[in-house]
Design a protein around this ligand. Structure first.
Ligand code: SF4
Ligand code: SF4
Length: 456
């Protein structure tokens, strides 16, 4: 009978997964190091004078690799989020929950940072189990204190990085370096998030993946018989048995029921019971079973990346129609997104006619309309600009003038557009305004001009 990695006497916190090892675990470690490096460095690197990635939900300002998205670009941000979700869906349909086991920050921190510190201080699963069961003594107090102190320090680092993404690294550095009294709410946020992360990684652990995270719950909807998932090849492994010698009359499968695949599982499941919501596709069970197969001189991958069609009917893997459908939709949304990004102007100009009279007569030969304009600078540079009508025969009489657009700021302009009566042929005509800086048209805005047409 396979040995479980759960304690019988305690609650859910008693999972003691055995330290994994093997080829896939080594690959996972390197992938994790790379992702951790990116995660911790992104908010502190600068590109075009801006933080590389900023997700300031409070001020609705988002920065991705030099591109600044203001509240006016919220539709672009929403579309980018949609693309991200669709990518994950597409990825899941083809490769199951590989994201969870290999790229999700929760798993990376849990398995590659916190769990490894635990192995380092308390030893492998059996030693941890023993330590938890024994009475408090100097050794236990020392080990537990060191572990939880290191957990708190790392949680503090994660909380700071998390806040650097949200409020920006410049403000974070100010909060850390200036007196607490000047940044009480910032200081409290750091403390709060430190304790949240500490609670998650020290106590809640795999429950985040198995109960809280909605992505795992979506698996049942997204996966089909062709999706590649970590699975046990039961047609090769069953009937399982400890020893073929002691039951020579029985034809055993390749699984010797050693239980190693269960012991290394960080979510405490037995993959031989089939695909389960709790499986995060970490591949630890593949590694441990491969080691067993190697010792038994049997082919590897009794547990491996398989689709159900292969396990049940030995059908060769092919990408299903559902995946092509999702990929096509994703491609179309990405095309729309790219064209919107391409067309996006650094300055957004909105010109609206002022309410009140439609038009004003100016002497015998001219008519004017009153407008309000708002200019929004989406760059991190101050821009000196000129505001003009596209038609050179139009005159502009400013009531409120502006020629400087502050970085990431806005400017308001109120003005009369004056036209000669003899050029007015229709009651309603189009008018286009241009924002010019350094001889280049940075933005245009169209609206209407109303006037009584000149009599022939
Ligand atoms: S590690 Fe392999 S052989 Fe051992 S119980 Fe799991 S599936 Fe069977
Ligand atoms: S069943 Fe295997 S792949 Fe799934 S979570 Fe457990 S060890 Fe990881």
């Amino acid at each position: 009978m396979a040995q479980k990695n759960k304690s019988e006497s305690k609650g859910r916190n008693s999972l003691y997964p055995k330290k994994p090892s093997g080829k896939l675990y080594t690959y996972r470690k390197w992938v994790s190091y790379g992702l951790l490096l990116l995660l911790f460095s992104f908010p502190f690197l600068r590109f075009n004078g801006e933080q590389l990635v900023l997700l300031n939900f409070i001020e609705r300002k988002f920065v991705f690799f030099g591109l600044i998205f203001t509240p006016q670009d919220f539709y672009l941000f929403a579309l980018a989020m949609l693309i991200f979700i669709m990518f994950i869906v597409c990825f899941t349909v083809v490769l199951g929950r590989l994201w969870c086991g290999w790229a999700c920050p929760q798993t990376i921190f849990m398995e590659m940072v916190f769990r490894r510190i635990e192995y380092w201080i308390e030893g492998d699963a059996n030693k941890q189990r023993k330590l938890d069961a024994q009475k408090w003594n100097v050794d236990k107090i020392l080990k537990k204190s060191i572990k939880h102190f290191i957990f708190l320090v790392i949680s503090f680092a994660i909380a700071n990085t998390f806040l650097a993404y949200i409020i920006g690294s410049n403000l974070l550095v100010k909060i850390i370096t200036e007196p607490v009294s000047q940044h009480v709410s910032g200081f409290l946020s750091i403390c709060l998030f430190t304790f949240i992360f500490y609670g998650v990684f020290a106590y809640v652990r795999e429950v985040v993946c198995t109960v809280i995270c909605p992505y795992g719950r979506l698996q049942g909807v997204l996966l089909d018989n062709q999706s590649l998932v970590v699975a046990y090849d039961f047609s090769r492994g069953e009937p399982r048995g400890h020893s073929q010698k002691s039951a020579a009359d029985l034809k055993f499968g390749d699984c010797i029921d050693c239980g190693l695949c269960v012991q290394v599982c960080p979510t405490g499941i037995d993959i031989r019971n089939g695909t389960q919501l709790e499986c995060v596709n970490c591949t630890a069970c593949i590694d441990s079973c491969n080691e067993v197969m190697l010792k038994l001189n049997k082919p590897k991958n009794l547990i491996g990346f398989f689709n159900q069609d292969f396990i049940k009917e030995r059908k060769q893997y092919r990408i299903g129609m559902k995946s092509y459908g999702y990929a096509a939709v994703l491609f179309i949304v990405m095309l729309v997104f790219s064209s919107l990004i391409y067309k996006r102007e650094d300055i957004q100009t909105i010109v609206l006619r002022a309410s009140g009279t439609l038009y004003q007569s100016r002497g015998k030969d001219k008519t004017s309309n009153l407008y309000n304009a708002e200019l929004i600078n989406k760059t991190n540079k101050t821009i000196k600009f000129r505001f003009k009508s596209q038609s050179d025969t139009d005159e502009i009489d400013f009531i409120q003038k502006a020629d400087i657009l502050p970085k990431e700021g806005s400017a308001h302009v109120t003005f009369f557009l004056i036209r000669k009566n003899n050029s007015i042929k229709k009651y309603k005509t189009d008018v286009v305004f241009e924002i010019i800086a350094d001889g280049k048209i940075l933005s245009t805005a169209a609206t209407s001009f109303f006037a009584q047409p000149a009599e022939e």
